[in-house]
Design a protein around this ligand. Structure first.
Ligand SMILES: [Fe+2]
Ligand SMILES: [Fe+2]
Length: 309
């Protein structure tokens, strides 16, 4: 695919974008969970169930706050930044106007997702009276993207940024999908996830197409250089440090004995996924490498051999 073949999705955006079609969602005060148990394994641990099962909802509310905080950082600091520079034609890779227009719809969608997430934060605080513990000021990508870009020569920096954002936009999608299907969770929270997912379906294809267009024009030397950076980016992206320090702060905030606190911390430390082909996000990442055509290149196949089955 080259740039001249690019088809805009502007019509689909007009008729389906959640900012165009969805009323405000209101958090319901019912008995359902505010966050899926499966996404905060701390509350399913033996120690938690024995020592403080009554603090489960507190832990789930705090984990929802962390999720919302991550969404706001991802949307406003990561995706917005790259999409906006494409829209404004400030990107080193030149894209046709139709791409730039679609990039602007991504900016609008992402800032709207951040707004909706902040709305759920304020609704949850109002309903539960629980205020957030200290939330991280960065996400894994806040470190992984600059680390990858720093490894690239000047003329490849924006291409590397584009590929990193495209990877991220193609992995979170599957991650949120599991969330939207969980019937133990409040309807409004599931609706929030389903809305987000609907927009992200459009985005993931958009980023994959931009990467295809770029890759098509890249020289063999440039491809090889980028291929070597990919596994380093993935290593940073999949680390568990930020989640783990959040979980530790959450454990600190529980009303439990010191012995229980100690036991919970060691249980949480054992929960991290390995950074290899068995990590749950890797299947999504590999699918993106196929759909964007990167994996057609032997240099990419070689560089990613640890992640390929
Ligand atoms: Fe989004
Ligand atoms: Fe997105």
């Amino acid at each position: 695919m080259n740039a001249a073949d690019y088809q805009s999705f502007a019509d689909a955006w007009e008729s389906r974008a959640t900012i165009r079609t969805r009323p405000r969602r209101v958090l319901e005060n019912d008995d359902k969970l505010i966050y899926p148990l499966s996404r905060q394994p701390l509350v399913l641990s033996e120690t938690f169930l024995r020592e403080c099962p009554e603090q489960r909802d507190f832990a789930l509310v705090q984990t929802l706050y962390k999720f919302i905080n991550d969404v706001v950082i991802f949307e406003t600091e990561i995706v917005d930044k790259t999409a906006r520079s494409i829209a404004k034609n400030r990107f080193a890779v030149a894209f046709p106007f139709a791409c730039r227009y679609d990039a602007m719809t991504v900016v609008v969608d992402e800032d709207y997702h951040a707004l909706v997430a902040m709305d759920f934060m304020q609704q949850t605080v109002a309903m539960t009276g629980i205020t957030p513990i200290d939330l991280p000021d960065e996400i894994e990508l806040s470190r992984a993207i600059p680390a990858a870009v720093a490894l690239a020569p000047e003329h490849l920096r924006s291409a590397v940024e584009l590929i990193c954002v495209a990877i991220a936009e193609n992995t979170v999608t599957g991650d949120v999908a599991a969330f939207a299907k969980d019937d133990t969770v409040k309807q409004s929270i599931k609706g929030l996830m389903a809305d987000h997912l609907l927009d992200e379906g459009r985005h993931s294809g958009f980023w994959a197409r931009l990467v295809r267009i770029y890759w098509h024009t890249a020289s063999e030397d440039d491809r090889r250089c980028i291929a070597h950076i990919l596994p380093i980016f993935i290593g940073h992206y999949l680390t568990n440090d930020i989640q783990k320090s959040f979980d530790f702060r959450l454990i600190e905030s529980l009303k439990i004995s010191d012995a229980a606190r100690h036991a919970l911390k060691s249980e949480v430390s054992g929960l991290a996924f390995p950074i290899n082909r068995h990590h749950p996000l890797v299947a999504n990442i590999v699918r993106f490498f196929r759909s964007s055509s990167l994996l057609d290149s032997p240099c990419v196949q070689d560089a990613l051999s640890d992640y390929l089955v």
